[in-house]
Design a protein around this ligand. Sequence first.
Ligand SMILES: [Zn+2]
Length: 591
Amino acid sequence: MSHVLAAVAWPYANGPRHIGHVSGFGVPSDVFSRYMRMAGHDVLMVSGTDEHGTPIQVQADAEGITPREAVDKYNRMIVEDLHGLGLAYDLFTRTTTRNHYAVVQELFTALFDNGYVIAKTTQAAISPSTGRGLPDRYIEGTCPICGYTSARGDQCDNCGNQLDPIDLINPKSKINGETPEFVDSEHYFLDLSAFAEALGAWLDTREGWRPNVLRFSKNLVADLRPRAITRDLDWGVPIPKEGWDTKRFYVWFDAVIGYLSASIEWARRSGDPEAWRRWWQSEDGRSYYFMGKDNIVFHSLIWPAILLGYDGKGDKGGKPGELGELGLPTEVVSSEYLTMEGRKFSSSRRVVIYVRDFLARYDADALRYYIAVAGPETTDTDFTWAEFLRRNNDELVAGWGNLVNRTISMAAKNFGAVPMAGDLTAEDTALLETVRGGFTTVGNLLENHKQKAAINEAMRIVGEANKYLSDQSPWKIKAEEDRPRLATILHTALQAITDCNTLLTPFLPHAAQKIHTLLGGEGVHAPMPEIVEVSDLDGGPGYPVLTGDYTVGAKWEPRELRAGTPLSAPTPVFKKLDPSIVDEELARLEG
Ligand SMILES: [Zn+2]
């Protein structure tokens, strides 16, 4: 047993999230956390909405509302969507809480006191027509390093290097196309170069990471240079220094600190304000960060640099801040991109399906299954409606759902209960051993973030159970003297289904709960998150959080089915989809 922190990327609250977003961070982190809890670990899964920065301001302007009104609206929408997907966060909060502000300011203060923050006067971009500050990511131009013509002011998506907008060749505003003007402005910078050695040494000790994540991170260490952590902006976390009240922390700086502030908020709400330390400061603490590949650098280099600076472990030394020494990530689990019908997701071009629209028409587990079996775990993958239909109908409905329904219905019809098994044949024993073996094979794959292989293995075992049932053909057994054999076959099949259901629970929690009930089980099998309206702990406005009691539910182990448990005729677990949905959805996509 260990303390496992599942630190999940923070969805940005400038609009509803689409299925590409949740396939990268949301569903994989939930599958992992559910498995780890079932396997007996003490999991803390935290995240929240990322609510500061210029894109929020741009969105609010477009809607004629304040940034605060915009984030209130999208925070609530995102909370509802993640709830609908059954993502079992211990706490899903937001970055506009007073607790978050205080933690961000504490980390900044320690970094400052340890000498890792430097003030520099730089050339800040402004829009000549409005006089407003123009953030880096709203400036586009040619990358001075690789020549990519659509590099952003903060980062080149082609070569992965961090950039300064002033270095871009032929910079243009993405908001209105004008050439930005650069004026002098004083800003704080995090001196990332002071961590190059410590980060390099730390990355050398990392084991089991996806090779591309480790390679990418190591390649960037040598190029680390000071990075601005403040902006000329009024929507953000205030800087605790005199004379800095017209500026705010840059949104990336406050957002990564959210993993820590959310852990602290969870502890404060749990009644033991020090409880977060078990995940951040204990020997058996492990932390896994889940995100899409565009965010690797923030989790594998910049956040570890902030933590090293807070601990006083960069080139300039120092001592840990008031919270005490904080642990670095155990592993950065990055996924690749999901595309839609061969194209990049794009809200503006309507190549998109939002989570809430998806959930209005289909079950959460149908999407969770698709993401697990065909999502962008280690390579970019494409979501197509035809493939979604096929996976749902051929695999979920015909493969798994049918096995459950026909077995329970045969047992209910013939015995009205789980029948008693007689002597087992070699075939019966072989099936039960295969299923029991799944707890080791599927479990190991899940623990090592190989979810695609894990669900394929679980579904292969389901296939064995289907094969067993066709081989034994219990529906052909009619004679009264063969009734004991019929009972044994159905008992064996129901036992296999019970344990397959446990193997599939991290992936398909809603269906797993249903199947548990169909098998005569009582109580919670797969715990679900709930939306709770809370007040801010420090006097700010209230907000909805996602939280839940996940100490209940099935364990990751075989569970012996009790003969005599009453069974009744089952309702279908999964919905078979009509092939016409493909054309309907494609028509929506074209707009
Ligand atoms: Zn480049």
